[in-house]
Design a protein around this ligand. Structure first.
Ligand code: SF4
Length: 217
């Protein structure tokens, strides 16, 4: 199946969806957003990446910043923080460039590597968009974490591609229905920028208990 451009979803939403389906729905379906220190810090970091030179060459590596990407198969569009094109014999040719290149996406994140796969899924989705756009196969990408100041290599395989397809299909289904999953309070709620809008603990309480509690405040 291929999606029309008007039905494309934001690629960055895959990290919200993997973190919490309800958070994704609040942001992308109900269009609510609340900056907390995590998102503000993250945005600042991305601004630094995107404000740099758009395209430069260092030795045998072409570096592109802020490259717009999309996939008709996934129905996603977004921006890559950094895409490196490494000159190599087994790579693919690029328009107006000599040589052949291997494509390597790099996503910048604040903090340190997370317990969940949200960042990895976003990177794999970026790789899949680049694969469709450049007719190639991407074997790896990197996640750069601001706190550790290190790149973490992420191998990209068919199992991950299949997982991304499944997640994105769910996102499209939910978006079409326009419904928001119920809150499921969990340890991630403490770091969630939408906790004040979501009110996960209130959502779990019985309505009568909640009203009684608020009257008593
Ligand atoms: S507060 Fe918790 S349940 Fe609500 S959107 Fe955030 S992570 Fe999800």
């Amino acid at each position: 199946m291929y999606y029309d451009e008007e039905n494309f979803l934001m690629l960055s939403g895959i990290q919200h969806y993997t973190f919490c389906k309800r958070q994704w729905a609040l942001i992308h379906i109900e269009q609510q957003w609340a900056d907390n220190y995590l998102t503000v810090d993250g945005n600042f970091m991305h601004a630094n990446v995107h404000e740099s030179t758009q395209f430069e060459k260092r030795n045998k590596v072409l570096i592109s910043r802020g490259l717009a990407i999309h996939s008709y198969e996934l129905g996603l569009s977004g921006i890559c923080d950094v895409v490196e094109f490494h000159e190599c014999e087994n790579g693919i040719p690029l328009k107006n460039r000599e040589g052949k290149y291997e494509i390597v996406p790099i996503e910048y994140k604040r903090g340190r590597p997370k317990e969940n796969d949200a960042d990895k899924m976003q990177l794999v989705a970026q790789a899949m968009c680049l694969e469709e756009m450049f007719c190639c196969t991407i074997a790896k990408g990197y996640l750069f974490y601001g706190e550790t100041k290190r790149r973490m290599e992420v191998g990209i395989d068919d199992e991950q591609r299949q997982l991304v397809r499944k997640i994105v299909e769910e996102m499209h289904r939910l978006y079409e229905r326009g419904t928001n999953p119920k809150a499921k309070p969990n340890k991630m709620c403490r770091a969630c920028s939408l906790v004040e809008k979501c009110l996960p603990r209130s959502a779990k309480k019985k309505v009568k208990d909640y009203i009684d509690e608020r009257i008593g405040e």
